[in-house]
Every structure is written in structure tokens, then in C-alpha cells.
Design a protein around this ligand. Structure first.
Ligand code: ZN
Length: 249
């Protein structure tokens, strides 16, 4: 079984379409680590596209919760908050109900776990090894896919009882990087953000997990950033949110 791992799509339809085009024929099922909406200009189209993919497993993200009123907006910075309010006003009733029904992470798959933030808290940011250690130390979870930080990579707990970060090293422009999984290690894998990367690479990020071969392939793909930015400006979303897409930050 091969899984397409998507996280943090953030209503960026152009990025999602580029990812699906690039990944075509390379996966059997889809896993989604949350944040379908928020920030971007196409919340309905992206939610509908994900619905059509019928993810085998998915968890909600903090923006999905906020967009349907399940979170207090005081947790959001003002720019993200104004995008949440804009998103709320756009969502069709059907999509609103779909987002509302997204499960809280972590959820268990066949031999792996899916989370938005961490194994302990769906809203926790795993930005560095120190933050990741608590989640990495849980032996029940050998392989976890997560999102939320918008940074492609993750963390490993090695069988030699030490931990380290995972860096796919794609910033210089390579399109993919492979990670062979060791069944005695534990992994927290972040496929990166489809729709709003924050790791100094503006290309859409995702991963493919080949369960049979115990192989994770991190991938990046270009998409028409200018078109997404144009739509954001026309929608009246905060200009900074459009600008950052070009930087990948
Ligand atoms: Zn996010």
C-alpha cells in the first residue's frame, strides 16, 4: 500500500492541484494531517477536492476548527484570525459540516499514527527536537505523520537511544529525497505544507509513504504561486499572507 501524505493545504488550490498531478500513479490512498483551510483563497474548492480524494485517515487542524467555530480566535495572530473570519464567511454549509466532522488527532492507522500537532496535543508545534522528545519517547507509536509547523522533515528516535532531526535537504532545488525506515527506530514525519511552506522553499511540499517497501519519499513541486497570490489580493486577504507564499516563509 502506498499513501499520499498531505498536510496544511490551507485553501491553496493551485498547490494542491500541482501535488496531485505530480503524485499521480504513485499512491493508493490519501492521508491528511489537517488544515485544509485558512490563509488561502479557495476554502470550498480545496475542501471539495479533499472530499473527493476520500482520505483513508485524516485529522483536523487548528484552522479547520477555527473556520467552523470550534476554537477561540484569541489563539490566532491577527492576520491568521482575519483569514479565519474570511474563510468562515465563504464556506458552504456542506463543507462547513465536513470540516466540523474531521476527527481530533492523533488517530491510528494500520501500523502508523496521524496527528496534526503532536501525539500529546493536536495543537502543539513540534518545531525542534526538544519539543519532539516527549512524542518520540512513546514506544507505542513507531511511525507518526504530523503537520502544523509547515516544515518538511521531522524527527527520529534511533534504536541506539538517541534522537535527531530529519532534514530531507530539498531546499537547494531537488525534487525528492528518500528515507528508508528502520523498523527498530521511531519516526515523526512531517510531509511539509502543501499550501503555505515555511521552510525557505516556496514549492508545495508532500510525501509518499510506501508501506511495503518501508520507504518515505519527501517531495516538492512548483505551482503557479502568482495566481494564488492574485486571488488572495482580489479576495481582500491580508497582503502579507500572499507575500509570504513567494518566500516560502
Ligand atoms: Zn497549518
Amino acid at each position: 500500500m502506498r499513501f499520499l501524505i498531505l498536510a496544511d493545504i490551507h485553501a491553496n488550490l493551485e498547490a494542491l492541484e500541482a501535488v496531485l498531478e505530480r503524485a499521480r500513479g504513485q499512491f493508493d490512498q490519501v492521508i491528511c494531517c489537517g488544515d485544509l483551510v485558512g490563509y488561502g483563497p479557495d476554502p470550498n474548492q480545496v475542501t471539495e477536492a479533499v472530499r473527493q480524494l476520500e482520505p483513508a485517515l485524516m485529522v483536523r487542524g487548528n484552522h479547520d476548527k477555527a473556520a467552523v467555530g470550534l476554537t477561540d480566535l484569541s489563539w490566532f495572530n491577527p492576520l491568521a484570525g482575519s483569514a479565519v473570519l474570511w474563510t468562515r464567511a465563504q464556506l458552504s454549509e456542506e463543507n462547513r459540516r465536513y470540516l466540523q466532522a474531521m476527527p481530533r488527532g492523533p488517530v491510528e492507522g494500520d501500523g502508523f499514527t496521524v496527528a496534526h500537532g503532536s501525539l500529546l496535543d493536536e495543537d502543539q508545534y513540534l518545531l525542534n527536537l526538544e519539543d519532539a522528545l516527549q512524542s518520540l519517547s512513546l514506544p507505542a507509536h513507531r511511525l507518526t505523520f504530523f503537520g502544523h509547523t509547515h516544515v518538511q522533515g521531522g524527527f527520529t528516535w534511533f534504536k541506539e537511544q538517541r534522537a535527531g532531526p530529519l532534514d530531507p535537504g530539498l531546499r537547494k532545488g531537488a525534487a525528492e529525497s528518500r528515507l528508508a525506515l528502520d523498523s527498530e527506530n521511531r519516526y515523526l514525519i512531517n510531509p511539509g505544507s502543501v499550501g503555505q511552506p515555511r521552510d525557505d522553499d516556496p514549492r508545495a511540499a508532500f510525501a509518499v509513504y510506501d508501506q511495503t517497501r518501508a520507504l518515505v519519499t519527501y517531495m516538492r513541486v512548483e505551482y503557479p504561486v502568482g495566481r494564488t497570490q492574485q486571488k488572495m489580493r482580489e479576495a481582500g486577504l491580508p497582503p502579507y499572507l500572499a507575500d509570504r507564499l513567494r518566500q516560502g516563509w
